[in-house]
Design a protein around this ligand. Structure first.
Ligand SMILES: Nc1nc2c(ncn2[C@@H]2O[C@H](COP(=O)(O)OP(=O)(O)O)[C@@H](O)[C@H]2O)c(=O)[nH]1
Ligand SMILES: [Mg+2]
Length: 319
């Protein structure tokens, strides 16, 4: 049944592709089988991560970038990740609406994924969904995440090019950017440049980048800062050009190889730790664990020694 679905997807059947994404998202065993079958057909798509605070205009921006990529004849995939927190509730619906006009275009495949509380599984599901879209024939795949949680950052940083979307009047955002998003951004986007303070933000971001000069010089790429108004198309073509320039840089410098190795390594490590955790879970005797935890609380055993006991009992490994 899966083999048939994969064949249909490879011959361009959209519904088969959608079905396969649902399967890799929800069923570990089937994901394994699917990835095994499609892997030889992957590796052609260019992956662009789009991250930034909720409401910055990421989906609106994507709607316009899809348009430009379509004009160039590219087949486009979009994976919009919705963290189901009260903070950003409803973002998923918003993403759909924002990109709706492309929903009848056979060259555009838009998919939303909810976190459903399992953030660890999300990175794996996203990676597998990217593979399905890649094998399906997408030339470009956009992955939209809200750049607030570590997992979302982890997801987006495996992309070939990472766009960090921010808005004028940074304030707290500057702190967030400094706190970890800075390193992963290949291009900074100041969206809503129609609002007051865009120039000040442009100046502020460039100043911040200048202070990090050593890092860029080593890398050979200083992230450009691009101003856009996603609602009117202003700056969108320039942004797309900048993305293509970054891709050229990655290819010329051989950096693309390094990125893809990094992605493969992260992926295999995630699979290994997930599998080990599951094995331990399956073999663990709940009663014994409860007893061990009581002993930790009574100070009869320390947490490290307790972990040693569990590892030895479940996996037979000695510390
Ligand atoms: N003024 C202005 N509003 C924008 C711009 N881009 C997006 N918006 C609006 O900002 C809101 C949030 O946009 P959305 O794309 O859903 O943001 P996301 O949460 O980052 O995906 C929507 O009401 C958009 O119409 C822009 O460049 N200028
Ligand atoms: Mg959005």
């Amino acid at each position: 049944m899966i083999k048939e679905l994969v064949e249909r997807m490879l011959s361009g059947d959209r519904r088969a592709a959608a079905r396969l994404i649902t399967l890799v998202e929800n069923d570990e065993e089937k994901a394994r089988e699917i990835v095994g079958l499609i892997y030889p057909y992957t590796g052609k798509a260019y992956v662009i991560g789009v991250t930034g605070p909720p409401g910055a205009g990421k989906s609106t921006l994507l709607d316009k970038l899809i348009k430009v990529a379509r004009e160039e004849g590219k087949v486009v995939g979009v994976i919009a990740i919705d963290p189901t927190s009260p903070f950003t509730g409803g973002a998923l619906l918003g993403d759909r609406i924002r990109m709706q006009r492309h929903s009848t275009d056979p060259g555009v495949f838009i998919r939303s994924m909810a976190t459903r509380g399992s953030l660890g599984g999300l990175a794996k599901a996203t990676n597998d969904a990217i593979k399905v879209l890649d094998a399906y024939g997408c030339d470009v795949i956009f992955v939209e995440t809200v750049g607030v949680g570590q997992v979302e950052v982890d997801i987006v940083k495996t992309a070939d090019t990472v766009l960090l979307v921010t808005v004028p009047g940074l304030g707290d955002d500057v702190q967030a950017i400094k706190a970890g998003l800075m390193e992963i951004a290949d291009v900074f986007v100041i969206n809503k440049a129609d609002r007051e303070g865009a120039d000040a933000t442009y100046f502020e971001l460039n100043l911040m980048l200048d202070l990090e000069k050593e890092r860029w010089e080593k890398r050979g790429w200083r992230p450009p800062v691009v101003e856009t108004v996603a609602t009117t198309m202003k700056g969108i073509r320039e942004l797309w050009r900048t993305v293509l320039e970054h891709r050229d840089f990655l290819e010329r410098s051989g950096e693309i190889e390094r990125k893809r190795k990094f992605r493969a390594e992260e992926e295999v490590r995630t699979i290994i730790s997930g599998r080990i955790a599951r094995m331990i879970g399956e073999r663990l005797n709940e009663g014994e664990l409860a007893e061990l935890i009581d002993r930790i609380v009574r100070r009869e055993v320390d947490p490290y020694s307790a972990a040693d006991v569990v590892l030895e009992k479940t996996l037979g490994v000695k510390a």
